[in-house]
Write a protein that binds this ligand. Structure first.
Ligand code: ADP
Ligand code: MG
Length: 697
């Protein structure tokens, strides 16, 4: 139950003045559905509302308020020209300009002979001062403008006055809340109390007050980050207590696989497997992220983890985000499964009904040890005899709920399967904290030995012919190459057209049979055939859209050409490049760009030339593009932040994370006085789920 003190803030926004049946949807667009939401709408500007004597001598572009008398109206003479109202202030006549207004409305708010205050931006047109679309105040009905006013993000149909009025009403409803921040920390940062901060947020008097680094905004951002981190830590503490199966295994199957490998595990792989085995041996549920660059050898680690489940008499499932990836995993794991002598199957939405029924029956009967699949694994009809381990590949494409849903199939009695999440997207520390705070992390920071560095070059598209010439020479010597065509503005039709064009041209240049093509719109049979041709070497060039981004594994491929590299994100380019350099032969990557490149674009592509370290690339990407843009906030699994901005408040995130850990270590039940205040914060920031976990503890 939410504390009573917060009730006023959770009332429907419609209880605020100016929020009615018509405007409520507009307020909802601004994220305001409850009274409290209005508190967290940060102003984006500030207007000086101090009334000046006249617009005389005022510079172009200045915003100000003056008292005027309405002189005359002049309706537009031609369609498209504005409605003009001449007014006079203490010293000068000037013109209020309205484009496409309703004349009756103007006659009502600005009647000839009336006295009004108008506020707006001064422009000059033909030497005459004018003020387009001013705010109008009627001194007989409302207070004269005064002081400073916050400017809120605009949404069509909602005037500033309406928004400001609703915000002020929400502030009036706002109770005093107990302080949840550590007093010493507050003092050190010289931050205001919560209520004071919220009031200051909505009362800017200078542009400095709009700065994300202003004390009020920093404090509120910290509250937001702390509530998020605290929720993660609490949920995680609960997960740690969540019962799981203790899976130990005797190591027999793992030994067989290790003996079959032509290489040794890397130190990082060994450490990860050890950490996983330790987690799995506990009668608690594992929730671990296995993070590592493309080619770091995550799949093998995951397979070992699945073998532990099988050695313990249970089953394991590996879930991939796409059909292609599921099939590739299935194919890739075949040899390992054979070496271990375990039964491996695949389950996807595309299976024939009879086949699928058969697989499901075998899973239920325990005749399959390890199953690889897609979303199809979630389905209610899929039951396991004893699911002990769930591996989720490329987790950002699945939601947290989905991942848990599958693991819950483990047992009906609330004992879920262990979860291992694999991610090949290196995530900078700041973002990892924010989005994976609820997981333990193993990082494969060491590549298998013997990999040659990839020779990465930037080449202008104007040298396309040269590139094709060298490609012809290379495939003449037996090389295999990817040619990646970019996404065209999110339109997969154009996208496909571009890939088809490119394939046509390259076939003409390199020979019909030499070029295969794979893209998102193909029937899966066609696509599989293309991939297969490339895998076996029947085709030496694979023209593809970004479908190959994840997971294609053809160690013989040594050339990666990326067309319009400047349109891709750095992380994506890094992933694509990781498709080559997998074997022992020297590989190259050609970043074909459309010039001229701006400075940032040049710098971004330059980073790729300098390093193959995915974490460094991610950090650089973060620096050059900003956190909001990096992965797409949603992809990174971050909640939408209202005030906090990781570009500015990134360092506060680490503090919030430590603070949250410390709080939970000292007072797991949030029972102390500060703990009670923190509960209020969690509810205020709508982290109700975490508080529920608390009371269930
Ligand atoms: P990831 O899934 O992390 O991108 P993979 O698991 O697909 O990487 O591994 C890439 C390639 O490296 C595979 O061909 C795999 O067999 C091989 N590999 C894995 N571990 C090692 C190792 N310790 N030494 C040499 N090669 C390895
Ligand atoms: Mg992989």
């Amino acid at each position: 139950m939410r504390p009573e003190i917060l009730f006023p803030l959770f009332a429907d926004a419609k209880t605020l003045p100016g929020v009615g049946p018509k405007t409520a949807p507009l307020f909802a667009k601004l994220g305001i559905e409850k009274v409290g939401d209005a508190l967290f709408l940060p102003p984006t500007g500030v207007i000086d509302r101090r009334v000046r004597p006249s617009v005389q001598g005022v510079m172009e572009g200045t915003t100000l308020c003056v008292k005027v008398e309405v002189v005359s109206h002049s309706a537009p003479r031609r369609p498209g020209s504005p409605y003009r109202i001449t007014v006079k202030d203490g010293a000068l006549d000037f013109v209020l300009v309205f484009f496409r207004p309703a004349p009756e409305w103007l006659n009502r708010i600005l009647p000839v002979g009336g006295t009004r205050y108008v506020c707006g931006k001064i422009e000059h047109y033909d030497g005459i001062a004018q003020m387009p679309h001013p705010e109008v105040f009627d001194p007989e009905k409302e207070d004269a403008p005064d002081g400073f006013a916050a400017v809120y993000p605009a949404t069509a149909g909602l005037g500033q006055k309406v928004i400001a009025k609703a915000v002020q009403a929400a502030l009036a409803e706002t109770p005093d809340l107990p302080e949840w921040l550590d007093p010493a920390w507050l003092k050190k940062r010289e931050w205001p109390g919560w209520r004071e901060a919220v009031e200051a947020l909505h009362a800017p008097v200078s542009p400095a007050d709009l700065d994300a680094a202003s004390p009020a905004r920093e404090r509120l951002a910290y509250d937001e980050l702390l509530s998020h981190q605290l929720a993660l830590v609490l949920i995680r503490a609960k997960r740690r207590r969540a019962k799981g199966r203790a899976s130990t295994g005797d190591g027999q199957l793992r030994d067989k696989v290790l003996a079959s490998l032509p290489f040794d595990l890397t130190g990082a792989q060994e450490r990860a497997i050890e950490a996983i085995a330790k987690d799995m041996a506990e009668p608690k549920r594992m929730l671990r992220l296995l993070q590592g660059d493309v080619g770091a050898g995550k799949t093998l680690v995951a397979f070992m983890a699945m073998l532990i489940a099988v050695e313990s008499g249970g089953q394991a499932a590996l879930m991939a985000p796409t059909e292609i990836l599921a099939r590739q995993h299935h194919a890739g794991l075949g040899a390992l499964a054979e070496a271990a002598g375990v039964r491996l199957a695949i389950l996807t939405g595309k299976d024939k009904a009879a086949e699928r029924r058969e697989t499901q029956a075998a899973l239920e009967a325990g005749e399959i040890d390890i199953v690889v699949g897609t979303h199809a694994l979630f389905q209610k009809t899929v039951a396991f005899r004893d699911l002990r381990m769930v591996v989720v590949d490329e987790q950002h494409r699945f939601g947290v709920d989905q991942r848990n849903e599958l693991a819950d199939k483990g047992q009906g009695d609330g004992v879920g399967a262990d979860i291992l999440v694999m991610s090949a997207t290196p995530i900078p520390r700041t973002l990892a904290l924010a989005s994976y705070g609820d997981m333990d992390v193993s990082t494969l920071d060491e590549k298998p030995p013997g990999r040659q560095p990839i020779d990465t070059r930037m080449v202008s598209l104007s040298r396309y012919d040269d590139v094709v010439d060298s490609l012809r020479r290379a495939i003449g010597e037996g090389a295999r190459a990817y040619w990646i065509c970019p996404l065209v503005e999110e339109s997969d039709t154009l996208d496909v057209a571009a890939a088809e064009d490119r394939a046509r041209v390259l076939r003409h240049a390199l020979g019909q049979e030499a070029v295969a093509m794979a893209h998102g719109r193909q029937k899966s049979g066609e696509k599989d055939a293309a991939m297969e041709a490339f895998r076996t070497g029947a085709a030496q060039v694979l023209v593809a859209t970004t479908v190959v981004e994840v997971g294609v594994d053809v160690p013989e491929a040594t050339i990666m050409v990326i067309e319009h590299a400047e349109r891709f994100g750095l992380a994506q380019l890094h992933q694509l490049r990781g498709r080559v350099g997998r074997g022992s032969a020297r590989s190259s990557c050609v970043l074909l760009y459309q010039g001229p490149l701006g400075d940032t674009a040049r710098e971004r592509l330059g980073v790729l030339r300098e390093t193959e370290d995915g974490f460094r690339i991610a950090e650089e990407d973060l620096r050059l593009r900003g956190a909001g843009d990096l992965l797409g906030v949603k992809q990174a699994g971050l909640p939408r932040m209202k005030i906090a901005d990781l570009d500015v408040h990134g360092d506060l995130l680490a503090v919030a994370r430590d603070d949250a850990k410390l709080i939970v270590t000292r007072d797991e039940g949030l029972a102390s006085e500060r703990g009670q205040a923190l509960r209020v914060l969690l509810y205020l920031m709508e982290r109700d789920e975490s508080v529920r976990y608390l009371s269930a503890a």
